[in-house]
Design a protein around this ligand. Structure first.
Ligand code: ASP
Length: 445
């Protein structure tokens, strides 16, 4: 899926501008909303003044709809994006039997390191509980504000994705079209795409090519539409954050700063401790030397926020700095840029827990296990472009019963977290290629 990288790399300066505009949108929405809340909101059960009623009217009839249009633009591309990304990733593996060990090792690496990253994110969020850094009365107010919608979603989620033996049975869809049209049944769609991709590897490439080309074009189109949606982001974020802060005040934003700190801490630990140790143990490279040689890779990923745009650098680093044979780099790394996103999965798990804490929703261990599975699977389906995981994150939130509007809170600060999570995304691909190459060398010597 590196085909979409030109669009991404071209738009780099525009993307930095966009990030600034989103931040301005967040700041404006937050400042105006908080001031109005502070000045006008009724306290201690007093009736709302006429002026505050007007603020609420603006929040409900102008700010929220603008934000909703932005969120819907993100949601809109989820089904084709997930389907095409997974289908292309798996069908691109070629003959599964021929690939044998290399393919199996690569996929095992993707699954295990992504799972480890989500668990780390969840452990940190459970330990620091940034979403609870809001005073109790305020949290209760926030919970009430979103309660109706959250309860509805929780009920709906229970039917489909509550944790039981059916969680596993339901992964296999009865009707894939119904599964695609039901935003609570993404796993069915994911399963279908994966198995269709696996089936494609059993056919001669000429036979499959038209469909692969179709999926590639559809994927690129979706990434383009995602770009349009992001253009709306400054306004959308301003509207959504204005809505939240005008109703709930500034406390929510204080918790947000703490969330950013904990999420960055998790990404830092995964990058420099977990992946550093894996590079040493599995890739056979001393930790400091590994990071010294990966400097260009890390800075490229950080500045572009895109695994796809970083792909040429990832391949170059693997081949020239770590002696990974070209065929192995050429197989593992493009697949990794599409499917292996450790940082993204860590971030998804962390956001779900943070927002659940903000609205005062307790996620049981079983629900957290569901979050781990969803984060791993949706990270596989996320596009390797700036903000590529956001539509899928909206989907995970909905599945566990958190109103998708809450996403607005973290969107405003997402540029920074996106830059940081892209670094472990690509570093994990590199270590995987080093490990696969080392194993191949061992088996042939
Ligand atoms: N920006 C990330 C990447 O390209 C994807 C995401 O987490 O939004 O790897």
């Amino acid at each position: 899926m590196s085909d979409s990288s030109p669009a991404t790399s071209e738009s780099k300066p525009a993307h930095s501008n966009l990030a600034t505009r989103i931040l301005i949108g967040l700041a404006l929405g937050a400042i105006v909303g908080s001031i109005l809340n502070w000045k006008l909101a009724p306290h201690g059960g007093a009736p709302a003044s006429e002026a505050y009623e007007r603020v609420r009217w603006v929040a409900d009839n102008i700010a929220t709809p603008v934000g909703q249009v932005f969120l819907r633009m993100l949601f809109m591309v989820v089904v084709p994006l997930v389907f095409c990304s997974l289908f292309l990733g798996v069908s691109g593996l070629g003959d599964l039997r021929k690939l044998g060990k290399i393919g199996a090792r690569t996929l095992a690496w993707f699954g295990i390191t992504t799972g480890m990253a989500v668990v780390l994110g969840l452990v940190l969020m459970n330990t620091f509980e940034p979403g609870k850094k809001i005073d109790r009365a305020k949290a209760e107010e926030i919970r009430k504000e979103f309660k109706g919608e959250a309860d509805q979603k929780v009920e709906a989620a229970k039917e489909g994705t509550g944790f039981s033996i059916n969680t596993f049975v339901n992964i296999v869809p009865k009707n894939v079209l119904r599964s695609a049209s039901d935003d609570r049944d993404t796993l069915g769609l994911i399963f279908f795409a994966l198995i269709l991709g696996a089936a494609a590897t059993a056919f001669p490439p000429e036979r499959i090519k038209p469909f692969v080309d179709f999926c590639q074009v559809l994927y690129d189109l979706c990434v383009k539409v995602l770009g349009y949606a992001m253009k709306l982001a400054p306004l959308g974020v301003a509207g959504l954050v204005f809505n939240v802060t005008s109703k709930l005040g500034i406390d929510v934003l204080v918790a947000l700063g703490y969330y950013v700190f904990v999420a960055m801490l998790g990404l830092f630990i995964h990058q420099f401790l977990v992946l550093g140790l894996l590079a040493k143990w599995m890739g056979g490279w001393p930790i400091f030397d590994f990071f010294r040689r990966s400097r260009l890779l890390m800075t490229t990923a950080f500045s572009t926020s895109s695994s796809n745009a970083t792909l040429p650098t990832t391949i170059n680093t693997a081949v020239t700095e770590f002696n990974v044979p070209r065929p192995i780099a050429g197989f593992v790394l493009p697949l990794g840029a599409t499917m292996n996103m450790n940082g993204t999965a860590l971030f998804e798990g962390a956001v779900v827990l943070f927002l659940a804490q903000v609205i005062g929703m307790e996620l049981s261990l079983g629900q957290q296990v569901v979050v781990v599975c969803l984060a791993v699977l949706t990270a596989i389906g996320a596009a390797g472009v700036p903000g590529g995981s956001l539509p899928l994150l909206a989907l995970v939130l909905t599945q566990v019963g958190i109103p998708a509007d809450m996403l607005a809170l973290v969107l405003g600060v997402d540029r920074l977290v996106d830059m940081a999570r892209t670094v472990p995304n690509v570093t994990s691909d590199l270590v995987c290629a080093m490990w696969v190459a080392k194993k191949e060398r061992e088996s042939t010597s």
